[in-house]
Design a protein. Sequence first.
Length: 487
Amino acid sequence: MADDLEQLSKRELVGLVRRLLGRIDRLEARVAALEQENAQLKQENARLTQEVARLKKDSSTSSKPPSSDIVKPTPKPVKGQGRRGKRKIGGQPGHAKHERPPFGPDQLDAAWDYVLEACPRCGGALTRARKPPRIVQQVELVEKPVRVQEHRAVAHWCPRCRRIHVAPLPDGVRRGGLVGPRLTALVVYLKGGCHASYSTVQAFVRDVLHAPLSRGQLARLTAKAAAALRGPYEQLLAALRDEDHLNIDETGHKENKRQMWTWCFRAELFTLFKIDPSRGSDVLVEVLGKEFAGVIGADYFSAYRKYMGDFNVMVQFCLAHLIRDVKYLTTLDKATQKYGHRLLDHLRKLFGVIHRRDTMTPTRFQRALEQTRKKLLAAAKRPPWTAEAQNMADRFRKHGDAYFRFITTPGVEPTNNLAEQAIRFVVIDRRVTQGTRGEAGQRWCERIWTAAATCAQQGRSLFDFLYQAVQAHLTGQPPPSLLACPG
């Protein structure tokens, strides 16, 4: 090689060096391009990792409802349990037996005694034994469960006035029309309380009650019931502002092609639903005002944070939603995963203290909660330098105290489960009815949902309340109240 170089002329040597330098420049440019491409691929990989984690979000790692889980992993079977890892169907070992109490004598419409005239074995004479009889109580639907009445307003001629005067009908009959208050209450109960469609209600009253009613007539009955429920609904709406604590949630509502929202306000003794075009804090201002003095239980949605900040309202953010958000962190990069697992460990300890409340004195319970709270906040405020972890830490810096309001405020729950449970009824109804088509439908839904949820909350018969409300509306009497269960 050295001999070859010595034989090269100066010009040839310069050309060779230039070619070598050119190749080095090209290699360096190629290396720089590859390094740049590698950096871009790393960024794209990080973005795709976050996107995959976002798409894998389900009800356990976010605020999404369980119904949004398109594909759910099948849990591994556990020894002694069913194939899916769940407990077996039916009563569980150690579960106390529950039996329906028999009807009392005042509840019986008829009773029959069956006796033997002679011994079925030998034909001999029998005497009554001291053993009590075997009793079977049977509930049956009568063959014609409705009665058809005719009310006649007789016309009279007055020779003096030379006019015909017709006797007035009772207000309840005149305003009720074809369908009486009890059957009206039943139709409304089926439509609003049982999620039945007009076609289903029509078939039921035709085939079971032998009372053929048109769909238009059924719609008029629900409109009549909506008017009857207006007073009780507005009474609850006015009472919301004086509540010490409320759990609030919202879900989507279909209004033709227009997106609306159903708000749920769950108080201690009643639940109220309100349909509104807005999902913002203006709904909270409209319903609760600017001087609400109670505590709101809610998720971390922006409307509640804005209402909290604008009017200095106390909020208890849902710890269950926080756990889902923290679980999402455990699906991201390693640094964020480690941070998420550390927060989950502290949250488990917090709920462990809550679940052991009955085994501790009030003073010890408060001390244990406070110690666990401090450790959780300290861990939350030391995040790695990733966007998701920093966002979680910023949440604790700004609103950390709002996650632990239940520690110092009696009656406040650490989760928003009460409102979420109440709003499930609305979600089911939305799926069956496919929403509303106008303001009249909105008012009907608000009022019947409120009556159904409140009666269930108070252990009260929805049908009895609907009958009382319809009867009062038809006769011009004050409507019954939903503020508290009578008696």
